[in-house]
Design a protein around this ligand. Structure first.
Ligand SMILES: Nc1ncnc2c1ncn2[C@@H]1O[C@H](COP(=O)(O)OP(=O)(O)O)[C@@H](O)[C@H]1O
Ligand SMILES: [Mg+2]
Length: 343
């Protein structure tokens, strides 16, 4: 790993224009409201948050599938946000993607060989025999084999289809793979197998991952850092272990609380504690202030009027929450400056 970020996203905004009754000119919908994130070479950033928080919009902006409405997306020396959405081949070969739905993301009329070798056909001068030989190697990397080459996607389970999608993503040895909820459609034991597979291939090839999930516990092991999104905002970011074991933003804590505990007594205690929390469960859009104010059990008056800045958190990273501010100052402070942290 080097210190220079491979991918550096700064103040990214993604806006969708709605349609009015008479065509275009309807209301704009702000799906991502100023996200700042970075990933170093070989590093995995877990991006988590509930459905609708803007995770896929960030993924698609990085992949050039949607246009950033403002902000910067730097990939190495290249400013992706200023490129046309169809990237030049040199960029496309370095950034690959795996999507959530293994049933619709693979072309049903193509054989596994054609799917896995498609990037090689487009981006290399390998002939058919060379591509087939490489396809066999790629299938081995995802624990499939030569006998699968001539089959079609419908002959495989969801987990096997994701293995095929991963083999295709690995074909060009990209620097970055964007994984948008790659295991959300799979059962729990298959999820773990695919996560382990991704982890091993990353270690082997030094690829960076932008790993999107709605379940923080699922990506904790594979991620070096974790960023948490809520309604278009990155509300917390930091080293994976710190975010998982000592979440600093009330929303991150709520996300972790949503994961069922194996111990029934602990689960009962948590349910009782949650019932007593004065939080509304409706994620109403706020006009000003903290995006989480309507669900937060710790909401204070300033949360309704001011947007909390990113405060440095002990153990690394930041959380955009006034619980981490001191009374007198509301600018970004270093962990050393901080006098008290309420949790
Ligand atoms: N093409 C689109 N047009 C309009 N709204 C969209 C479009 N894509 C996503 N959205 C909206 O943007 C918000 C964020 O969506 P998305 O980025 O898919 O979130 P996530 O991946 O976290 O579920 C959602 O409210 C969604 O309805
Ligand atoms: Mg999504």
């Amino acid at each position: 790993m080097t210190d220079n970020p491979l991918l550096e996203i700064t103040d990214l905004q993604v806006t969708y224009s709605g349609r009015s009754l008479f065509g275009f000119g309807g209301k704009q919908f702000h799906a991502v409201k100023g996200a700042t994130l970075s990933i170093r070479a070989g590093e995995t950033l877990g991006l988590v948050g509930e459905s609708g928080s803007g995770k896929s919009s960030i993924a698609n902006a990085v992949l050039g599938l949607v246009k950033a409405s403002s902000g910067s997306i730097r990939f190495g020396d290249v400013e992706l946000a200023s490129l046309k959405t169809r990237y030049p081949p040199a960029i496309r070969s370095q950034i690959q993607a795996v999507f959530q739905d293994p049933y619709s993301s693979l072309n049903p009329s193509m054989t596994v060989e054609a799917i896995v070798t498609e990037p090689l056909r487009v981006h290399t001068s390998m002939d058919r025999a060379e591509r087939r030989a490489r396809a066999v190697e790629l299938l081995k990397l995802v624990s499939l084999s030569e006998e699968h080459l001539d089959r079609h996607p419908h002959q495989f389970s969801g987990g096997q289809r994701q293995r095929i999608a991963i083999a295709s993503a690995l074909a060009l040895q990209p620097k970055l793979i964007v994984l948008d909820e790659p295991v959300s459609a799979l059962d729990v034991s298959t999820q773990n197998q695919i996560i382990n597979l991704l982890y091993e291939r990353r270690a082997e090839f030094g690829i960076a991952y932008l790993m999107i999930a709605h379940d923080l516990a699922l990506v904790h092991h594979i991620s070096d850092r974790i960023a948490v999104m809520y309604l278009g905002h990155v509300v917390e970011e930091g080293p994976s272990d710190r975010v998982y074991h000592a979440p600093a933003h009330p929303y991150t804590r709520a996300l972790l609380d949503a994961v069922p505990l194996l111990d029934p007594q602990a689960q009962r205690q948590r349910r009782t504690a949650r019932k007593s929390a004065p939080a509304s469960d409706a994620p109403r859009l706020s006009v000003s202030g903290c995006p989480y104010q309507n669900r937060c059990p710790h909401v204070m008056s300033r949360c309704r009027s001011e947007m909390p800045p990113a405060y440095a958190i002990d153990g690394g990273g930041t959380a955009s929450c006034f619980l981490h501010a001191t009374e007198t100052c509301d600018t970004v402070r270093t962990a050393k400056d901080k006098e008290s942290v309420v949790s």
